[in-house]
Design a protein around this ligand. Structure first.
Ligand code: FES
Length: 177
């Protein structure tokens, strides 16, 4: 009888310790930093040829980093496309990107790839005079991520804060406001 009681006591204690461990796990896990919590991320653009782009995930969202070709820069400068917010007055970008390139340097473009209508992922446009296209409701954006007039998307693609720390390395960073 004693042995049975001792055995039951041990089982109950075992469950208590295991249960406490399960309850504590999410708490301790929340304290461990993950990639989505990074306050800065270095990205090299050395691997991109003119016209190429790559996707980088940062703080839970994807970004497109594109090396523009001279033809792309020329198309932007020609400014012949009818845009909803050409000067990006209604759109989200750092002060340094308040220009026609919407970038720090004309040859590198960085933008979140989420459509400003309902948040679908935009893709590279099949039209080489444009930059991005949204497959959900066909909003088109120019090579600077500015939405075309008549599109469902209300504003231009969002540009994140970043800076260059060398010729080919940029740093994405959280900016306190
Ligand atoms: S979500 Fe992009 S056009 Fe609607």
């Amino acid at each position: 009888m004693m042995n049975r009681r001792l055995w039951l006591t041990r089982i109950v204690k075992g469950f208590s310790i295991t249960g406490a461990g399960f309850l504590a796990f999410p708490f301790f896990r929340a304290l461990i930093p993950t990639a989505d919590d990074e306050t800065s991320l270095e990205v090299s653009v050395d691997d991109l040829r003119p016209g190429q782009s790559k996707i980088v995930r940062w703080r839970g969202r994807d970004l497109v980093i594109q090396k523009r070709s001279q033809e792309m820069i020329k198309t932007i400068e020609e400014g012949s496309i009818d845009l909803k917010d050409p000067s990006s007055l209604q759109s989200l970008q750092p002060a340094f990107a308040e220009n026609e390139y919407r970038s720090l340097r004309p040859e590198i473009f960085v933008t979140y790839n989420l459509c400003t209508h309902l948040g679908c992922q935009v893709v590279k446009s099949k039209d080489t005079s444009l930059g991005f296209s949204c497959p959900c409701h066909q909003s088109d954006y120019d090579l600077s991520g500015r939405v075309l007039s008549g599109a469902a998307a209300p504003t231009n693609l969002e540009v994140p804060a970043y800076r260059f720390i060398s010729g080919n390395i940029l740093v994405l960073e959280v900016v306190e406001v």
